[in-house]
Design a protein around this ligand. Structure first.
Ligand SMILES: Nc1ncnc2c1ncn2[C@@H]1O[C@H](COP(=O)(O)OP(=O)(O)OP(=O)(O)O)[C@@H](O)[C@H]1O
Ligand SMILES: O=C(O)[C@H](O)[C@@H](O)[C@H](O)[C@H](O)CO
Length: 161
């Protein structure tokens, strides 16, 4: 989880590989209307995100029913969104990737992506940190991708040798 540009895809893929888990890219499960809306510079609403979160939850469940563990890249900004993903999986672990606004704005300005940098503000406005009752950990993006991946694996209790 985390706002746009925090490295969910980059870090998530590497964590999935280390865990021999499937990687689910949440952005590929957005209805086209959501992509069009973000591309046009408008933030998504709770209503816009509802079918998207349902599709992600269904994909996690489908993999689990096939006996496949998964790591998902999903902004999951609000507690209620995470509650939807957690349904049936109360122990679902959320790695909250964190970086400051200026770092992310610079990153988003550099890359080619449907998500315009102008939406970063709304991402931070929507973000709700992990609550004590939630399983998860915050990972500060300070020293580059390798350090973030290592911290994520440590938070998950994975040995790195
Ligand atoms: N810790 C990091 N340090 C430096 N660059 C990073 C770090 N994490 C990710 N990046 C770079 O930032 C960009 C965004 O990363 P990525 O697409 O993984 O983020 P994301 O959270 O999945 O974004 P979005 O939610 O917008 O899809 C990429 O160019 C990636 O290489
Ligand atoms: O909840 C949201 O507002 C969306 O998931 C966004 O986070 C984008 O999909 C993502 O940032 C792509 O860049």
């Amino acid at each position: 989880m985390g706002v746009s540009g925090t490295g969910k895809t980059t870090v998530g893929k590497r964590v999935a590989r280390k865990l021999h888990a499937s990687f689910v890219e949440g952005d590929t499960l957005h209805p086209k209307a959501n992509i069009d809306k973000m591309s046009a510079g408008h933030p998504l609403t709770d209503e816009d995100r509802a079918p998207w979160l349902a599709a992600i939850a269904a994909e996690i469940r489908r993999l689990d029913q096939d006996g496949v563990a998964s790591v998902t890249a999903c902004s999951a900004l609000r507690v209620t969104y995470r509650d939807k993903l957690r349904t049936g999986y109360p122990e679902l672990f959320f790695l909250h990737l964190q970086a400051d606004y200026d770092t992310l704005l610079a990153r988003m300005t550099r890359r080619k992506h449907f998500m315009p940098p102008s939406l970063l503000h709304s991402q931070f406005d929507t973000l709700e940190d992990l609550e004590p009752r939630e399983h998860g950990a915050g990972i500060a993006d300070v020293d580059g991708i390798d350090t973030v991946v290592a911290a994520a694996l440590t938070a998950l209790g994975v040995r790195r040798d």
